[in-house]
Ligand binder design. Sequence first.
Ligand SMILES: *Cc1c(COP(=O)(O)O)cnc(C)c1O
Length: 520
Amino acid sequence: MNAHNPSGWRPAMPLDAPPGQHAATSSGDRGLMLEEPLIFELGQPGTCGVDLDEPEMAVLPGLARYLRSAEADLPGLSEPEAVRHYTRLSRQNYGIDLGPFPLGSCTMKHNPRLNEKVARLAGFADVHPLQPVETVQGALGVIVQLADWLTALTGMDAVAMTPKAGAHGELCGLLCIRAALEARGDAREVILVPESAHGTNPATAAFAGYRVESIPATIAGRVDLGALEARLGPDVAGVMITNPNTCGLFEPNMKRIADAVHAAGGFVYCDGANFNAIVGKVRPGDLGIDAMHINLHKTFSTPHGGGGPGAGPVVLSAALAPFAPLPYALRQSDGALRLIEEDTAPADHPQGLGRMTAFHGQMGMFTRALSYILSHGADGLRRVAEDAVLNANYVLRSLEDVLTAPFGASGPCMHEALFSDEGLPEGFTTLDLAKGLIDEGFHPMTVYFPLVVHGAMLIEPTETESKSGLDRFIASLRHVAERAKAGDPALKSAPHFAPRRRLDETQAARRPVLVWEGWT
Ligand SMILES: *Cc1c(COP(=O)(O)O)cnc(C)c1O
């Protein structure tokens, strides 16, 4: 305890750091790397950032019991103390604006600042969803123009713009499939999900009331076509296939799969969250897909991952388009835009699902995505896919001599490179490499997913990393892998240089401490 540290909170990092490397300081801060206690350890009860008059309370008789009987247990900070607390904490954060964020399947890429500028234009940012349609023609125009781009890029008939995330889009697609089947009096119970699918797929199918059956992956990391075809039958409502799949591989048999599923009376859902690997190269509509969500917050570069809402529009085939949810905007022959909602739907869209969201979807994501699309153009979007795939293959081929690439022999990968823990010496794990990368100043890759690979490491560099940035990342991961191969015991307790040392992951997940002890 000292004057700077009245409550005795313990800085976790420097005190047990190796001697000579990071001598302890009296404050716990190191240079300008600042330690920060909990807000409840900082505050003084009664301190407040603002002075408010005592409220004049005219309490209605029945409501008196809802009034507080004791003071609220608030931390009590002045405004500068509150500002510093959160700013200090924010400096311990890692984000895409600080460095690479190589999480597989997540497409953490740079979000151009132009998109932000466009989204903040008052005409977009300040509109209200209940404004009269005549006063928001421009905003509706953005939605329709973006919808046109999405159907053109995917070669599909229609798009439902309202779903608010990838998984929400999956639900929309499955509800359309269910509605289409019910419309022909053919209720079916089973959705087939290959092992190489994203984890949200089986979860969505179960949520939509389907029984989920798994289809194995081949040793080459792709859907086992024979097993899939053998399972098709009159109880199968559809299949959900992630393409490119979670092994980072393109499913080349998509058309054949779609033909077989259609012949058996089912529908094909494609998880298109990773459309960034194929945009401008492949049109899912040409592959026989009936429904596919697109993650605007991945492919079309809108902030995500704690940084903002997502948007998961779903493109639909002609067979599913009649069942798309309300509301949607339609361009009339005179050029004006009108909304198809409950009052007009009986005439215009009689088989529609109803609403999945209160209003039109994520306007801020739509403006950002359209800004991204228009600034790249069709040729630029194709380059996005080419560069995303090139970067991932550069990572794959640069590291396969120190890490095992289980599908390295299956040909080039798509937008992400997959490694396993095979070949790491006894006692060293994927987790050790991930923690070692933190010491090197990098956010770790996705670990232990997909499940089809033991100790998986899934790296999606995205197209926005430069070659020199990739070289730094590759050198760091190589260094960490070599430390593991040399049996360096210090790697087992990494990270050493982060604000916090290694957590007990099991305890942290199973017994999180969510209540400050001072409250009890
Ligand atoms: C990100 C992702 C999802 C889920 O998207 P959310 O917006 O997080 O709901 C689904 N499938 C794949 C392949 C993904 O990468």
